[in-house]
Design a protein around this ligand. Structure first.
Ligand code: ATP
Ligand code: BTN
Length: 244
């Protein structure tokens, strides 16, 4: 289980740091930073990360079979993060499709997968994870939604070095499995942590809202929804999931 870890105090974004260096990286190399000045979430949203004391981590992975092989990779990362926490005795964290970690109604961590590559060539994947460890009072004003941190879940005794090393070890081993089996090997594990399994939800498709019952995910990582339109799957690029 080897690989490099680039440990930085300040960076624009750990994802950007690796994306700028893809030609020099090996699968499993990572970047960790104390703070990010331009941490980002999906769809151009912001990831609030000006405080030291959290986990901002990105890992590089090369997929030999290209972009097509990456379907569901971010969902596999979600499973691996929850399992890394469990290995440290931290339980009670679940998954909100497609790739957020929640404790109850509160967001604990988010995952941002970005890639570089041409069709027909190997793909350079960067898997970014932001996890709130101990955010402090200032964060309440900065984050525009219900959030939580590990300190609230299990007290102030979370060792960030242990956390980072568990996350890195689980990602390195798990992504090797993902490379061989795809999302298949993660489906039942994802379902185990699915916070919305068999619950009534709304999904937002642009201006449209569809109500139904969440029925897990398919082999591509798409959301399955049982609604008046029957059982249909929805891709993460097009919809947002909301509790009823
Ligand atoms: P979806 O549309 O799929 O429901 P989302 O609403 O969770 O996704 P994301 O892009 O996944 O949005 O996450 C970015 C959002 O996370 C930001 O818009 C902000 O509301 C929230 N956020 C930003 N920083 C933090 C943080 N440190 N902890 C928790 N939540 C954060
Ligand atoms: C989301 O919930 O939308 C995903 C948030 C991902 C944040 C992490 S922090 C480390 C890495 N660097 C970034 O700029 N984003 C990811």
């Amino acid at each position: 289980d080897t690989g490099r870890v680039f440990l930085l105090d300040d960076v624009s974004s750990t994802n950007t740091y690796l994306l700028d260096r893809v030609g020099q990286l090996n699968s499993g190399d990572c970047c960790l930073a104390e703070r990010q000045t331009q941490g980002r979430g999906r769809r151009g949203r912001q990831w609030v990360s000006p405080y030291a004391g959290s986990l901002y981590l990105s890992m590089y992975w090369r997929l030999e079979h290209g972009v097509a092989q990456s379907a569901g990779m971010s969902l596999a990362v979600g499973v691996l993060l929850v399992e890394a926490l469990e290995s440290l005795g931290i339980v009670g964290v679940g998954l909100k499709w497609p790739n957020d970690l929640y404790v109850g109604q509160n967001k604990l961590a988010g995952i941002l997968v970005e890639m570089r590559g041409q069709f027909g060539e190997p793909a350079d994947m960067v898997l970014g994870c932001g996890m709130n460890v101990s955010l402090g009072a200032q964060a309440a004003a900065d984050i525009d939604r219900a959030w939580t941190d590990l300190a609230s879940l299990c007290g102030d005794d979370v060792d960030r070095n242990q956390l980072a090393s568990a996350v890195i070890a689980h990602l390195r081993a798990g992504l090797r499995q993902f490379e061989e089996e795809g999302l298949q090997g993660f489906l039942s594990r994802w379902q185990k942590y699915d916070l919305f399994w068999n619950r009534d939800v709304n999904i937002h498709l642009g201006e449209r809202v569809i109500s139904g019952r969440a029925a897990g995910i398919d082999e591509q990582g798409a959301l399955l929804l049982e609604s008046s339109e029957g059982l249909k799957s929805y891709n993460s690029g097009e919809v947002s999931l909301r509790p009823v």
